[in-house]
Design a protein around this ligand. Sequence first.
Ligand code: PMP
Length: 409
Amino acid sequence: MAAAAATTPHSLLLQPRGEPGRAVEGGRHFLLTPPLGPCRQDLAERGVYNFAAGPATLPLSVLKRAQAELVDYHGSGMSIMEMSHRGKEFDAAIKKAEADLRALLAVPDTHAVLFLQGGATTQFAAVPLNLCAGPSDPADFVVSGSWSDKAFKEAKKFSAASVAWSGKDGKYTALPPFDAIKQNPEARFLHICSNETIHGVEFKDYPEPRNKSGILVADMSSNFCSKPVDVSRFGVIYAGAQKNVGPSGVTVAIVRKDLIGAAQPITPVMLDFKTHADNASLYNTPPCFAIYICGLVFEDLLAQGGLAEVEKKNAHKAGILYDTIDASGGYYVCPVDKSVRSHMNVPFTLAKGPDFEKQFIAEAAKEGMVQLKGHRSVGGVRASIYNAMPLAGVEKLVAFMKDFQARNP
Ligand code: PMP
């Protein structure tokens, strides 16, 4: 699949309705199924490289496949948006999405994969509701940026959440040595945000939970499936899909099965992991289209050779961007401690100040590099370079950065 896609990146395989794989000629009864896998022609085909933090750029090959299947899904005569979530087509799509995700992350049988709604923000409440016995049950939070701070504040409503370490005084530019995290041995879980999307701080390894149940929980929204992860080390992993693996509307949760079924009595049915685990994520109407797109992204990542390959590409892309910042003689500044710089979200400022940042962002947009504005809470520039950002996009950005500096010394 990967090899075929690499040699004929945009060839359309004609397939007859309901009989994938048999090429025939012309006529209205044909599906166009562009191959997934490496196919990165964004600038040539779309006119832009999209550096948005989320919703973010999706693989062009996935969009093309979805486009080809949009009106008549696999010969059903219906879009996947128009059919029962309990029908055979969607059943196959969600099962394949789960199987491919399990293969990508080597999710062990001890863990359930759930496709949920309400965004990662809803998990800020769901996690303490499912893991803590009540509001006086302690839980530990590493607060390394805006997102883990939000998770902590929400958890306080449903647990005795406390801050085991905070990076606030250092303006969220670092992570602690793990022995500096003041873990409460009575805590029900230790919560981290594996990649702070706004501040660009990423865990390169994970702390060992010292609490009595040994539960580590991670919000992986912005680096989910960007590299291999040892899932067995986590009690709960959750991620809003709209950065690395799909559109907004679906949140993936990977939950250790023995932690399911002990939710607080006040837990709304939709926030109880057991509801979704018992019903294979089909308790109510799921976000069918979003799950289907995630399935295509998982297939695409497998076609690229899996997450070890994807990680190499991401490290290379991030490397050339950080090298450009660091070699600029202080013209561009990334405040984040080098050891924890995110491979997904690269925030930087221009030493010449906000007016030059505005000019930089406007000129970049004219050259087809869009959505580079930093988050409104921190300003500056932010280049989000998720899995689907092609290397050519980052190469174009660094060439532009060098040129901008030369023109505006
Ligand atoms: N956690 C992180 C790390 C995020 O980046 C975001 C969204 N940007 C959220 C949580 C909130 O996600 P959602 O909008 O899906 O609720």
